[in-house]
Design a protein around this ligand. Sequence first.
Ligand SMILES: [Zn+2]
Length: 90
Amino acid sequence: MPSITTRISPSLERRLLQRGVGALVAGRATCHDCGRTPLVGELIHHYASGRMACALCKRVRREDPVSSELVRGSEFGHAVRITDRPAAAA
Ligand SMILES: [Zn+2]
């Protein structure tokens, strides 16, 4: 009896792999300057132009970033959370 690996055609396997890699690439943020995907624990910087730069490319940019954030791993989820809450009324 053939195993499952011999029953899947190589072209189907290749298409599924390309689709999976494409989905991963589409969901990640990359540095505008070097194209690198920032590492977990690295600071990334957002600029007024809407561009994002990694910590390495920040050094060569003349403008100051509007905001910076820490790249978190998947254990923190992929949703954007607001952590800066306004002070409660006294
Ligand atoms: Zn970069």
